[in-house]
Design a protein around this ligand. Structure first.
Ligand SMILES: Nc1ncnc2c1ncn2[C@@H]1O[C@H](COP(=O)(O)OP(=O)(O)OP(=O)(O)O)[C@@H](O)[C@H]1O
Ligand SMILES: [Mg+2]
Length: 251
């Protein structure tokens, strides 16, 4: 179980303090698939980076299975069982897809075994297994390879930041099935997905809504989805867009 206790994150923005995460406390229980959603710029990726250890919170504590991991590095958190797929995947020049998957499993697996993970994310393994993880891969291919490495890691907590980004419609269907299979075999581990997609929200055990760096709602999909999809919450955003358009026209 992951516990965030009063997590805050401030950055220096041209000499002024900017609060990106404001006093967030939440738990990601074992045996649950939790989805975080909310408007662009709400702080979701920042929170994911704080969980992975890429950013250090300016306030609060992070506990993983009761142990304080706030000061642990990314590598040490990975060793404790936190796996992470970035919104913008990282490229590894000089490393082949096979090496990356083998590294993720931490075992000396065969090529055939590694290919199974690529097949899971809908990639024809033979075309990719010996490719270098560099800029010759398309955005969607890279994203799927990264998801395959998270599957290979089989972490206690797997975090996916907008796994749907850059994925075509056919592969998106495949991706939902990947998450459904992960959910079925979840055991005592947990899955955290950051997403804007209704179909991913639909497979969540719990949904958390982040807005302006704050947790504004948490509940089951029946409790959260209707309001999220309803006109009441969309209206203020629409008005904002109108105001931006007007301001741009007057500029
Ligand atoms: N180092 C930084 N310095 C200044 N502002 C930052 C920094 N990191 C993040 N921000 C700002 O914090 C806010 C939250 O960013 P974040 O990437 O967490 O949003 P998000 O909820 O993931 O959005 P999206 O849905 O677009 O992916 C944004 O306004 C972003 O510009
Ligand atoms: Mg983001």
């Amino acid at each position: 179980m992951l516990e965030l206790q009063n997590i805050s994150f401030q950055v220096d923005d041209e000499g002024q303090d900017k609060e990106i995460i404001r006093d967030i406390s939440l738990t990601i229980p074992d045996n649950k698939l939790v989805v975080i959603t909310g408007p662009n710029g709400g702080g979701k990726s920042t929170l994911a980076k704080i969980i992975a250890g890429i950013e250090k919170p300016t306030g609060g504590k992070i506990l993983f299975n009761g142990e304080d991991i706030t000061d642990l590095s990314i590598t040490d958190r990975a060793k404790k069982g936190i796996g992470f797929a970035f919104q913008q995947p990282v490229r590894f020049k000089g490393i082949q897809v096979f090496d990356l998957i083998k590294l993720a499993t931490g075992k000396n697996i065969s090529i055939a075994n590694a290919c199974n993970y690529l097949a899971e994310v809908g990639l024809c393994a033979r075309d990719y297994i010996n490719r270098e993880v560099n800029s010759s891969l398309s955005g969607g291919e890279l994203k799927r390879i990264e998801i395959a490495t998270v599957l290979a890691k089989a972490s206690k907590l797997s975090v996916f930041d907008e796994p749907e980004a850059g994925i075509d419609l056919w592969s998106f269907q495949n991706l939902i099935e990947v998450f459904q299979r992960m959910r079925k075999d979840i055991g005592d581990s947990s899955i955290l997905i950051i997403s804007h997609q209704e179909r991913i929200l639909n497979i969540a055990d719990e949904i958390i809504v982040l807005k302006n760096g704050q947790l504004v709602k948490r509940g089951t999909k029946d409790e959260v989805l209707p309001e999220l999809m309803g006109t009441t919450s969309a209206m203020p955003e629409c008005r904002k867009i109108e105001q931006v358009r007007e301001a741009n026209q007057n500029a």
